[in-house]
Design a protein around this ligand. Structure first.
Ligand SMILES: C[S@@+](CC[C@H](N)C(=O)[O-])C[C@H]1O[C@@H](n2cnc3c(N)ncnc32)[C@H](O)[C@@H]1O
Length: 237
């Protein structure tokens, strides 16, 4: 299968893994390709993502349904992921020398930025095994090493920082905001989905703007990303 590899750090040995990712995508979008794409807000990094010119406006109802049934989140870099990655690269002290977990890593964008910013260890965590495979390829393509977890609850390790980018679209994840504060000294949440974000321990850091890559033509409101910082209660005293 043809791939748009342009990362100097990726070679033919990555082809097998990327073919594993492409196969389920092609079952939905037969013309789908994976391309190494630049990120407008994070030009230091690139990611293997769905081709920019995928036929978003000509999907049949059946294709749209199949996309919903197999949400390949990992083949997009979400606006929130880009904003969080930008923040970490601009503020490396937040993660430098620290143990970090990226919850709902998708493509691995925030985890990779944390590793680039000098984190001591970064665990990319996602319940979707394809996301972990994509994160592995993307980490290699950006010259960083990550660890991986498919179950946040499988161990009770404590982290210095937990990163959370665009996982609150699923309301079932909202109660996790409290649990993150029990599992880490600090939590950084990037989100464009929740209105009236008001959770104990979290405060607003800023409002940023980014678009999902490749473009999903989402409503403009989802390009406005809020960043929140949560501090564990014990550290607030
Ligand atoms: C919209 S994507 C965001 C990916 C990436 N953080 C970004 O910003 O580009 C959401 C990701 O969170 C993962 N996810 C959602 N709920 C999760 C959960 N409870 N545990 C682990 N991963 C979860 C999904 O599988 C998906 O890969």
């Amino acid at each position: 299968m043809e791939l748009g590899f342009q990362s100097p750090a990726l070679g033919p040995e990555n082809r097998l893994d990327s073919d594993k990712l492409l196969a389920p995508l092609r079952a939905i979008l037969p013309e789908a390709r994976l391309e190494w794409l630049p990120l407008p807000e994070v030009p230091e990094l690139g990611l293997l993502l769905l081709n920019q010119d995928y036929p978003q406006h000509t999907l049949t109802p059946e294709q749209s349904l199949r996309i919903m049934q197999y949400p390949a989140y990992w083949c997009f870099c979400w606006a929130s992921g880009q904003v969080l990655a930008r923040y970490l690269l601009d503020n490396p002290d937040v993660v430098a020398g620290r143990r970090v977990l990226d919850f709902g890593c998708g493509s691995g964008i925030a985890a990779i930025a944390a590793a680039r910013a000098g984190a001591k260890q970064v665990v990319a965590c996602d319940l979707d095994r394809d996301a972990l495979l994509a994160s592995r390829i993307n980490a290699q393509g950006n010259g960083v090493v990550l660890d991986y977890s498919e179950d946040f609850f499988a161990d009770q390790q404590h982290y210095d920082v937990i990163l959370v980018a665009d996982v609150l679209y699923d309301r079932a994840n909202l109660p996790l905001l409290a649990q993150f504060l029990e599992r880490a000294d600090e939590v950084l949440v990037a989100d464009s989905r929740v209105k009236d974000f008001n959770f104990p321990g979290y405060r607003h850091l800023g409002l940023y703007r980014a678009d999902t890559v490749p473009d999903l033509a989402e409503s403009e409101e989802f390009s406005r990303v809020n960043l929140y910082r949560g501090i564990a209660e014990a550290r607030q005293l």
